[in-house]
Design a protein around this ligand. Sequence first.
Ligand code: NAD
Ligand code: ZN
Ligand code: ZN
Length: 337
Amino acid sequence: TRALRLPAWGEPPALADVDVPEPTGSEVLVRVEAAGICHSDLHVLDAAPGALPYRPPFTLGHEIAGHVVAGSGFEAGERVAVHGPWGCGTCRRCAVGEDNYCDRRAELGWAGAGLGRDGGMAGHVLVPHARHLVPIGDLDATQAAPLTDAGLTPYHAVARLRLGDDASVVVVGVGGLGHVAIQILRAVTKARVFAVDVREDALSLAGRSGAHRTLLARADTETVLRRETGGADAVLDFVGSDPTLRLSAGVLRPGGDLVLVGSGGGKLTITKPGPLPQGASVSLPFWGGSRELAEVIALARTGGIRVETELFPLADAGEAFDRLRAGRVLGRAVLLP
Ligand code: NAD
Ligand code: ZN
Ligand code: ZN
């Protein structure tokens, strides 16, 4: 079976022939039907040796959907999405499916599928336990795969917010995660949704995704947003660079929530007084839990969210990564092994 592997830190990803793994113990072998490409994959490829706790080589791909081939806990042929954060399996967080906040993360040396452990940009993936699988029924795998991160991460981020019916929420960065975040905000809250991006076509996607107002990121964006929102109740920053963190802090109302999702490496100083308004909260959500993933899949199956995708055969992964890096993917790029 073919797999897209990170051979070593600093090397480009490479397609390799690998043996189809054999499930033992609690493991489940899944035939991959689709694997999404996340901007985090670029952060992994660009990481300096030692910056991340993972130990290459490993197969990339943390947004995975397919069907069960063999293993314990599921029937062969059952179609599933893979809950990608894999923790120790025994701590209090993992016990309730919140492997994304595993208490033993620091000891493990991986965050999950494709992030330190062999992931889904391959014909098959070996999943450590059936508890990481969510049935998808007849949902298209090219939808289910990106929903496991581009859907789950914003869903978890939004679920932690308390938004009144008159709330204003700003979404910064309308890429893979951002365009689904807008749909989730529209589906599960009454908030007025403002979307910001540097790309016109991303703003069109924001509009199609249900944003009430879209704005190109420019020098006056903060002023315009402050005027139009009267101060945002929450800002979801899906970029996390210095300029977006400055914008995010600048448009927040007193008592508002700054939700930093993007790993853009920007810095924000926390001091009193400082760039954040009084009463502000800052959160750093990571991915989401398996129960939340089941809710995201259910929402998609009833038509509440639809991921915009660009499909590539696994053999063209290099081209797909290049397009994402160049900011030329609209929505989510998804690989077909
Ligand atoms: P993406 O490349 O699909 O989307 C990023 C979007 O941000 C693009 O539309 C781009 O045009 C826009 N953008 C770039 N600079 C901007 C600026 N200055 N102002 C406004 N918009 C700007 O990326 P993605 O896959 O959606 O991931 C987004 C970020 O979230 C990445 O940093 C990724 O690593 C991170 N991420 C975090 C988690 C988590 O659990 N916290 C999970 C997945 C991804
Ligand atoms: Zn991701
Ligand atoms: Zn754990």
